[in-house]
Design a protein around this ligand. Structure first.
Ligand code: PDD
Length: 300
């Protein structure tokens, strides 16, 4: 039996009911977080709660719970979960309304929903082989920094990848990399890790921040800046990151092998790993990420 939390009650998921007049259902008027949990320890919980607060501020909805209340709620769900490694979904919507109207109601009773699900991290074979991606224009709105439940554009964009037999769709806005349909994207070129800058055109992933911190801690040269379409196509390595996928190597983009880009910027032959295979910088980062997770799991 899967346990969930809905508006103050812990109950079996099968018994949870939300009004069809909920603004989350009618308008996608809500925000959410997905938090990975390893060995019953939520990973980067305070950062997720901080981003939830930012999203709520952005959509002008008061946080219905205090910091300690969120902690208590999540602890209770995680300790009751069937799985020691799981993911926690937190969702807050602007609640039910009496009459359908785009404008906010005078009095808001937010809907709070939390659910624990098994953590589906990618299988080893997928990470060792790498994944294929396609690319397309970013058709979403201009407030992608808000982790909103209105995800229709993201769903359509991710489905494009599925239909092409790929795992992710990489998005460009005016020739500049924004992110994936449900992930952040990193580029490696000549041993330098490139990351798109945080702005309203992408969601600042919690995993994105961890990857930047690990790069800094281990002295991996990094540039955070606009990355052009041409730079993505000439990359030695491409990665996608998210809370559930962690760090995954993208080895094929639009049917072309990643890393087949030829020479280094000084004209010397590249020695950055074989095209179409996970690269050496990815392997380093993945190792750092797992080490970091272990310290969190052991409470250090
Ligand atoms: N999505 N960008 C988008 C559009 C995303 O949907 C996600 C993650 C990320 C990565 O964020 P983080 O590292 O904090 O998971 C970036 C989650 C996992 C989801 O919608 O299920």
């Amino acid at each position: 039996m899967t346990l969930c939390y809905l508006n103050g009650e812990f109950l079996p998921l099968a018994e949870a009911r939300v009004s069809p007049m909920d603004r989350g259902f009618l308008f996608g008027d809500g925000v959410y977080e997905v938090i990975p949990v390893y060995s019953r320890r939520p990973f980067r919980l305070d950062e997720h709660l901080g981003r939830l607060q930012n999203s709520l501020n952005d959509i002008r909805l008061t946080n219905p719970l205090g910091h300690d209340e969120w902690h208590t709620l999540i602890e209770r769900l995680v300790s009751a979960a069937e799985w020691a490694s799981c993911s926690v979904l937190l969702q807050v919507t602007r609640g039910p309304i009496a009459v359908r109207n785009h404008a906010f109601p005078a009095a808001v009773t937010p809907t709070i929903f939390c659910l624990v699900e098994p953590l589906l991290t990618p299988p080893d074979a997928m990470r060792e082989k790498g994944i294929a991606a396609i690319s397309t224009a970013d058709t979403r709105w201009l407030r992608c920094n808000v982790k909103a439940t209105s995800l229709l554009a993201n769903c359509l964009l991710r489905q494009m990848a599925m239909d092409a037999g790929c795992a992710e769709t990489i998005l460009f806005r005016d020739g500049i990399l924004s992110e994936g349909a449900a992930s952040n994207i990193f580029v490696v070129k000549n041993g330098v890790m490139l990351a798109p800058q945080k702005n309203h055109l992408m969601l600042t992933g919690i995993t994105y921040d961890v990857v930047l911190e690990l790069a800094a801690a281990h002295g991996l040269p990094t540039q955070v800046r606009d990355i052009t379409d041409a730079e993505v196509r000439a990359a030695d390595e491409l990665w996608m990151t998210s809370s559930t996928k962690e760090v995954l190597p993208i080895v094929e983009l639009d049917g072309k092998k990643v890393g087949a880009g030829g020479t280094a910027s000084d004209g010397s032959p590249r020695n950055m790993g074989a095209a179409g295979l996970p690269g050496p910088v990815f392997k380093q980062m993945y190792g750092w990420y797992q080490d970091f997770k272990r310290t969190v799991m052991h409470g250090n």
